[in-house]
Design a protein around this ligand. Structure first.
Ligand code: EPU
Length: 420
């Protein structure tokens, strides 16, 4: 098994260009199932979740052609209904988008229950509730989800009981070719929802309100192919912003939408870092000590749950007591045990972590990447503290960060992949 080896404690300086957004990529790639035509997707990150999504499309009968390192052509004309292979679907969470896309194209779908990071219970009741509102009969048996309509999806009102990124996108996908109008209320507002709606609208869909909590979809009979460039990854950007602050560095993070990063910038500034915004970049520096703070994660535009572990590292490096309150997932703190190996003092009670920050107490150690963002947090911690750190289970990190080793080496990090 490969590991990441780090010699930490150096300020990191330079520029990092951000790749396309993972969570937009997986949704938009699988949305291709409903476009019976050729699409070109650009700014596609080279990460394993993208490659798995492409494998699912190929296995279902699409013709997938790599054009460049970061662009792909997908011809979905020959996709066969209900043909997503279980072993691929089980490897990633976002494979649930096959359900919405197949319902839109075929009026029926059958998919294995999805995999992904383990943050405790990850229900899909809101996806199912939405599909049922649009006329599908849904059953979950033997680890399979089966959704069937009598002659296609029919538009209706769907009120989400919880704000869910996946359920909002999935119901939006299912509704695009429905008879009539669908209105999703209490919709999630993440930039990847807007990006997925923009892609579908470019293909001929009629979606309005994406980015607000009410999305209206007027069904259209067909979609046509397009060339579409993905939005930059706000969580990748946020990860490197934290890294600049944690290493006393100066990093320009480019190819981003600064507006997507406002909640992260605000918290970094509150801790004592400097964040300078430009049109499509932010530059983060830090010279003095970090102050302790309280962060609560929320759906967008709140502070993102996918920045919880990275921010927690910064709290360990501040002087004094910080609190990280997890407002989205019920079990996101499994990484805390790993940070404790590096000397961190953290107590977790339910969904609140109290961090007794003291930079002097932290040093390199052997740790695991518990999940994708926890893995990124281990890299930040390893690069920020003195000593040698080795990180196991790095396949989690490779799911979501394109060329993370190369990007970090380019800003002066002493980091490499080693084979055990
Ligand atoms: N929820 C329900 N019922 C549902 C769906 C969700 O109760 O039917 C609850 C969940 O248990 C959770 C909350 O609603 O407490 C939010 O879950 P959401 O559905 O928004 O999460 P998701 O769509 O499964 C996406 C991202 C995650 C990110 C969350 C929250 C993708 C592929 N994944 O997951 O990203 O943490 O939104 O922003 O888009 C990551 O990139 O590392 C990652 C885990």
């Amino acid at each position: 098994m490969d590991k990441i080896a780090i010699n930490g404690g150096k300020p990191l300086c330079g520029e990092i260009a951000i790749s396309g957004m993972k969570n937009a990529a997986v949704a938009i790639l699988l949305a291709n199932i409903m476009v019976e035509d050729e699409c070109i997707i650009e700014n596609l990150p080279d990460i394993s979740d993208v490659n798995r999504s492409l494998d699912i499309l190929s296995a279902m009968g699409a013709t997938v052609t790599r054009l460049t390192h970061n662009s792909v052509k997908i011809d979905s004309k020959n996709i066969i209904a209900c043909s997503a292979p279980d072993e691929l679907v089980k490897k990633m969470r976002a494979s649930y988008y096959v359900l919405g896309a197949e319902l839109a194209r075929f009026g029926r779908s059958s998919v294995a229950c999805p995999g992904g990071c383990d943050f405790g219970v990850r229900p899909i009741d809101q996806h199912i509730k939405g599909f049922e509102a649009l006329g599908a009969t849904v059953s979950v048996t033997d680890n399979h989800i089966v959704a069937v309509t009598a002659g296609g999806v029919v538009g209706d009102s769907v009120f989400m009981d919880v704000v869910s990124v996946g359920a909002t996108i999935n119901v939006m996908l299912a509704a695009v070719k429905a008879k009539g109008v669908t209105v999703i209320e209490n919709a999630a507002r993440e930039p990847h929802i807007v990006d997925t709606a923009n892609f579908l609208n470019a293909c001929g869909a009629k979606i309005s309100g994406a980015g607000t909590d009410v999305i209206k979809i007027t069904g259209v009979p067909t979609l046509h192919g397009v060339t579409y460039e993905l939005v930059p990854d706000m969580i990748e950007a946020g990860t490197y912003m934290v890294l600049a602050a944690s290493t006393y560095g100066k990093i320009k993070i480019s190819n981003i939408v600064p507006k997507h990063l406002e909640s992260i910038s605000a918290k970094l500034v509150e801790m004592g870092a400097q964040v300078i915004e430009d049109d499509d970049s932010v530059t983060v520096t830090r010279s003095g000590d970090l102050s302790p703070i309280t962060v609560k994660t929320h759906p967008y535009p709140g502070f993102p749950t996918d920045m919880n572990p990275q921010m927690c590292v910064l709290m360990c490096l501040a002087n004094g007591k910080s609190r990280m309150i997890e407002g989205v997932w019920d079990n996101r703190f499994r990484y805390v045990e790993e940070l404790k190996r590096m000397g961190a003092e953290i107590e977790v009670a339910d969904t609140v972590a109290t961090i007794n920050g003291d930079p002097q107490k932290m040093q390199g150690a052997n740790v695991r990447a518990i999940d994708l963002r926890a893995g990124a947090a281990m890299i930040i911690a390893g690069l920020s503290v003195k000593g040698h750190t080795e990180i196991e289970d790095i396949f989690h990190i490779q799911r979501g960060y394109e060329n993370i080793i190369g990007k970090l080496q380019a800003v002066g990090a002493d980091i490499e992949i080693i084979s055990d």
